[in-house]
Ligand binder design. Structure first.
Ligand SMILES: C[S@@+](CC[C@H](N)C(=O)[O-])C[C@H]1O[C@@H](n2cnc3c(N)ncnc32)[C@H](O)[C@@H]1O
Length: 256
């Protein structure tokens, strides 16, 4: 477990819902829901590892009938998720992705949405997810791609903002590790069969995230633009060439 990263999320937890209500994050959530829905059963037990304030956990509870558990190593995040819980089948707990407090073969679906970018040991976290899955159960994970094409564009827009934060001594403290598709697939143990590992989100990353996605007056225009670009984004995300440079890898793997 990474205490610096944990401290960062503890401090960010109260702002997290507001951040996730911004147009780009809302767009990402909707895209994610579209991409993962074919892999969600109608019934079963589900676990969302690194659930944050619970956006995916709530979606799972809406779609899959049965127990839904959200786990996060930040107590403040878990508290935020509990405030926002809107279903009686939702439970939250504080837990480390590297050592989940569940028995083997407990869940039919395990999700980990950008959580694996924070864990110190990628293999261990994927192995833990595999351990708690029932045979035939599915792991769904999004992982920030080290090859994302728009990183340099974002650097240009975010440069002044990061400089401002740095000058104020307000450094993030969060450790994020990014992975190529090959590095991610190498960390998947043989007990998981990879069903797919495609890209997700290409086009919006070429738009100026700052201030487009930050300044509330621009939010309606941002949401409209993201919505307009979505069909193209889905195509490019799924394309074998452009998908390799998407913002996220979407890994779907089934326990043998
Ligand atoms: C980038 S946020 C994503 C939150 C949520 N999955 C989402 O997509 O909205 C990463 C989350 O993973 C949690 N996290 C990071 N490392 C973790 C670990 N080792 N064990 C459990 N949770 C962890 C953080 O506290 C944070 O809430």
């Amino acid at each position: 477990m990474d205490s610096e990263t944990q401290g960062f999320y503890e401090a960010e937890a109260r702002r997290y819902r507001e951040i996730h209500s911004r147009p780009l994050l809302r767009y990402s959530s909707e895209l994610e829901q579209e991409f993962i829905s074919p892999f969600l059963p109608s019934t079963g037990r589900t676990l969302d590892v690194g659930c944050g304030e619970g956006r995916t956990t709530r979606h799972l509870a809406n779609v899959v009938k049965g127990l839904v558990v959200g786990a996060d190593f930040s107590p403040a995040m878990v508290q935020q998720a509990r405030y926002a819980a809107d279903s009686a089948s939702l439970f939250y707990c504080v837990a480390d992705a590297g050592k989940l407090p569940f028995r083997e073969n407990s869940f039919h679906v395990v999700t980990a949405m950008t959580t694996l970018n924070n864990v110190p040991d990628l293999r261990q976290a994927i192995a833990e997810a595999a351990r708690v899955l029932v045979p035939g159960g599915v792991l769904i994970a999004t992982v920030i791609n080290s090859a994302e094409a728009a990183r340099f564009v974002r650097g240009i827009y975010f440069g002044p903002y990061y400089l401002y934060r740095w000058l104020r001594g307000n450094r993030s403290g969060m450790i994020r590790r990014i992975y190529s598709r090959e590095q991610l697939l190498e960390a998947v143990p043989p007990r998981l069969e990879v069903l797919s590992c495609e890209g997700m989100r290409v086009v919006p990353d070429f738009l100026p995230e700052y201030p487009f996605n930050f300044w509330p007056a621009l939010h309606p225009a941002a949401a409209w633009t993201y919505g307009l670009l979505r069909p193209l984004d889905v195509k490019l995300s799924r394309h074998p060439i452009t998908g390799r440079f998407a913002r996220f890898h979407l890994l779907i793997a089934r326990k043998r």
